[in-house]
Design a protein around this ligand. Structure first.
Ligand code: HEM
Ligand code: NAG
Ligand code: NAG
Length: 187
């Protein structure tokens, strides 16, 4: 109780002290104005929708390390794929991370497993990496990252070991392609 009264007493005194001086009033107005400007500019940032040129979803397929390499975002369509723990994901919507000039551009078109597990962006090599020398903790980290990618991005297929045959996904047409055999619609 006593503390409450004391607190509100201090606040009241402060309030009267401020409104007694025109300089203080001017400063308070300035602060209010600046805060308003900051909030407004934040809102504008959110109001601008990010340009999202949606690429058509890739058909399910497997990739060799060589084939994956071209999907680093430098091609015409700008698609970016990243492999984690043997799974290839379409990370095009995270292009600001993995695309050219992004902080993790070194992962674009690559198997990022080792790099993610060892916190080393440069550790994605040119050749197939079986990750067999990673520690248990590092492999746990790889799986952790895999599930994060799984949640955020589209799974496209598997990363193939040298000599491994690609899976034939053609009969697993999970999405009926509506564009080809569409009935004419009446409005
Ligand atoms: C100084 C060190 C680092 C800082 C300050 C940092 C900062 C960040 C931030 C702020 C994000 C989230 C961006 C967003 O969601 O908008 C992010 C995401 C990420 N970071 Fe880092 N990072 C650092 C180091 C690393 C390292 C060493 C790696 C791996 C080698 C890494 C891999 C990633 C990945 C894969 C993402 C997720 C991007 C996605 O959502 O697809 N980061 N980082
Ligand atoms: C990161 O990986 C690269 C390539 O393997 C290696 O040369 C470099 O020493 C590594 N950096 C660290 C900090 O381990
Ligand atoms: C893949 O499966 C489809 C349909 O089942 C078949 O027509 C095609 O020949 C197969 N391709 C290969 C490379 O096995």
């Amino acid at each position: 109780m006593a503390e409450e009264t004391l607190k509100s007493g201090i606040l009241t005194n402060l309030f009267f002290e401020i409104i007694q001086s025109p300089v203080n009033i001017a400063l308070v107005l300035l602060i209010v104005f600046l805060v308003y400007k900051i909030i407004k500019s934040r809102q504008n940032d959110f109001a601008v929708p990010p340009p999202a040129p949606q690429l058509p979803k890739l058909k399910k397929r497997d990739f060799t390390v060589e084939e994956l390499k071209q999907y680093d975002g430098t091609q015409e369509d700008g698609r970016v794929l990243v492999a984690v723990n043997g799974k290839v994901y379409d990370v095009t919507k995270g292009k600001r991370f993995y695309g050219p000039g992004g902080p993790y551009a070194a992962f674009g078109g690559k198997d990022a497993s080792r790099g993610l597990a060892t916190f080393n962006v440069s550790a994605s090599g040119e050749k197939y990496d079986d990750l067999s020398d990673l520690s248990t903790v590092e492999m746990d980290s790889v799986r952790e990252w895999e599930s994060q990618f799984q949640e955020k991005y589209d799974f496209i297929g598997r990363l193939l070991k040298p000599g491994e045959q690609p899976t034939n996904y053609s009969d697993e047409e999970d999405e009926p392609s509506s564009s080809t055999a569409e009935k004419p619609k009446d409005e």
